[in-house]
Ligand binder design. Structure first.
Ligand SMILES: [Fe+2]
Length: 109
C-alpha cells in the first residue's frame, strides 16, 4: 500500500497521518486484508474435494467475514464521511437489489 504503514508521521514523508486518521487508515488496510483472506479461503475451498477440510476452511472463511463486519462497523463509527455514505440509500428498494443478484448465493461450502 502507498500509505498507512505507521511510520509516515515521523519520517518526514509527505503523508502526515496521526491520531484518528492513522487509525482509520489502519482499519481500511485491515479490512482489505480480511477481504483478501476471505477470497483466499474460498479459493482453497473450491480447490479441494475433501469434505472435512472444506468444512473447516469454510468456518475460518466465515470468521474472516465476521472480522470484515466488525472492522467496517469501527470505520462507520469513527469516520463521519464513511458513516454518511453508509447512511445513504444506494438502492431504490430491497426487492430490486435482490432481483439483480440473479438468484446466486456465494460463500457456501
Ligand atoms: Fe481475520
Amino acid at each position: 500500500m502507498a500509505y498507512g504503514n505507521g511510520s509516515a508521521a515521523n519520517s518526514g514523508s509527505k503523508y502526515k497521518t496521526e491520531g484518528l486518521e492513522q487509525f482509520l487508515i489502519w482499519i481500511r488496510e485491515d479490512i482489505a486484508g480480511e477481504i483478501d483472506a476471505t477470497d483466499n479461503y474460498q479459493y482453497h475451498i473450491d480447490s479441494i474435494d475433501i469434505p472435512e477440510i472444506k468444512e473447516i476452511l469454510a468456518h475460518i472463511r466465515d470468521e474472516e467475514k465476521e472480522h470484515i463486519a466488525e472492522l467496517t462497523h469501527l470505520l462507520q463509527r469513527f469516520d463521519p464521511v464513511q458513516n454518511q455514505k453508509f447512511e445513504e440509500d444506494h438502492f431504490e428498494n430491497e426487492a430490486s437489489s435482490k432481483a439483480s443478484s440473479g438468484g446466486f448465493t456465494v460463500g457456501n461450502v
